[in-house]
Write a protein of this length. Structure first.
Length: 113
């Protein structure tokens, strides 16, 4: 009978240990979910945001550079003949496009085996 009394008084202590184990288990599951799911999603989201920022800045810089080149050519090279500046810049951009087009690889759906 003495054993039954000891187990009756051990009940509240076991309940406290059970609560601690449950909290530790929940914390472990949350940390595993964070490490395996949330962290990679955060990395991907940061990469997308920074990629959009870099692409936007590159577009703005390229437009400003093109305008500056046309203005410099117009004022200093061709004596206020804008059509000549536009023609030269257009020819350079066309040559760059033709070069890039010649370096492309045909896709798998090109139709040729």
């Amino acid at each position: 009978m003495h054993d039954q009394g000891a187990s009756a008084t051990a009940g509240p202590d076991d309940a406290g240990a059970w609560q601690v184990r449950v909290v530790d288990m929940v914390e472990g599951v949350v940390s595993i979910a964070h490490d395996r799911v949330i962290r990679p999603l955060l990395v991907v989201a940061r990469a997308v945001v920074f990629g959009i920022l870099v692409a936007t800045m590159a577009l703005v810089v390229s437009v400003l550079f093109s305008v500056a080149v046309v203005r410099l050519l117009d004022v200093y090279a061709f004596g206020n003949r804008v059509w000549a500046s536009d023609a030269l810049v257009g020819a350079l951009l066309t040559a760059a496009g033709v070069f890039a087009w010649s370096k492309r690889r045909p896709g798998r759906d090109a139709g040729t085996p």
